[in-house]
Design a protein around this ligand. Sequence first.
Ligand SMILES: NC(=O)C1=CN([C@@H]2O[C@H](COP(=O)(O)OP(=O)(O)OC[C@H]3O[C@@H](n4cnc5c(N)ncnc54)[C@H](OP(=O)(O)O)[C@@H]3O)[C@@H](O)[C@H]2O)C=CC1
Ligand SMILES: O=C(CO)COP(=O)(O)O
Length: 337
Amino acid sequence: MPHPRIHRNSVCAVVGYGSWATAIVKILLENGSIVRWHVRNPEVKAHLAAHRTNPKYLSQVHFPADRLTVTDDIGSAVRDSDVIIFAVPSAFLGLTLEPLDRGALDGKFIVSAIKGIVPDGYVTVAEWFNRRYGVPFDRIGIVTGPCHAEEVALERLSYLTMVCKDPATAELLGDKFANDYIRVCFSTDIYGAEYAAVLKNIYAIAVGIAHGLGYGDNFLAVLISNAALEMEHFLTETFAAERNVCRSAYLGDLLVTCYSQFSRNRTFGVMIGKGYSVKNAQMEMNMVAEGYYAADCIHRLRARFGIEMPIAEAVYGVLYERRSPAAQLKNILDRLA
Ligand SMILES: NC(=O)C1=CN([C@@H]2O[C@H](COP(=O)(O)OP(=O)(O)OC[C@H]3O[C@@H](n4cnc5c(N)ncnc54)[C@H](OP(=O)(O)O)[C@@H]3O)[C@@H](O)[C@H]2O)C=CC1
Ligand SMILES: O=C(CO)COP(=O)(O)O
């Protein structure tokens, strides 16, 4: 049986209630979509019902009741929707979807807004949905690009990239996100978009560490330009494709994550550079720095492919081998240009 096509009136489920999921629900509702929002946390769900705001993230955003259903039942959120948008941190994806049968996603279109690696199996989100739920790659889209949820809440102009194998599907999905303050670009590079998003989080941790150690803007610019080259090297060595890594989904996202005051990964890195232990830095943040899990995954992949990645390896050494941040950075200085 052919899969149902996505159309203007397709119902969207959003899974997750962190800052990015909250921003996505805002965008979809403003664009006229019917949204089923899966919120696991009972307090957040009750607060949304009573006050129409998420008390934990982007609490200034108000959600009108018409067209929005909030549920803690993942089964019904998925069953009653055509397009399922996932915006939970990658580490909690498996747990969130545990109640679903393998066939639950048959006929659905999956969109990943997650920029991370699924620790269970060290695979990207698209690979994970394909392996675990049998979702074909032509039923999976990625929404990515330099865009912090906090700036969506402020309605500051942002560019997102909608990535699908089929450009026509990408356009239909893009219509759900485009508005006065969101422009949508398109791409078919699922692999490159996912790994670029994974890598930029590691590099933002490196930049945060350097900043925390007292390095200045001059050095950070060198670190980031070398990180961009390292990202391109990894993508080319593991899956060569026609891609321009200067586009905003790659370089743009690297830059915003390395420089923005809103970046979780940079903030986490700054704490490490200032001497916090990994555990204490994680406890201090009530948000998730995906680069922590990504550093471990890329360490394994890099070894498997025999790719030189000094910046990513320096971050791995700090986070997983308790190496000194200052010494790890010093060790790579001669390798930067
Ligand atoms: N924030 C952003 O601007 C952007 C984020 N992304 C990506 O979106 C994804 C989601 O990140 P983001 O929205 O920032 O998340 P946040 O860091 O804002 O929120 C963390 C979320 O994880 C939940 N959580 C914590 N522990 C658990 C658990 N054990 N099981 C299930 N859920 C748990 C939290 O729930 P609770 O509050 O109940 O603890 C909360 O909903 C990430 O992959 C991120 O890279 C992509 C683009 C932009
Ligand atoms: O991907 C993001 C911005 O494009 C969010 O990055 P952080 O998770 O570091 O905040």
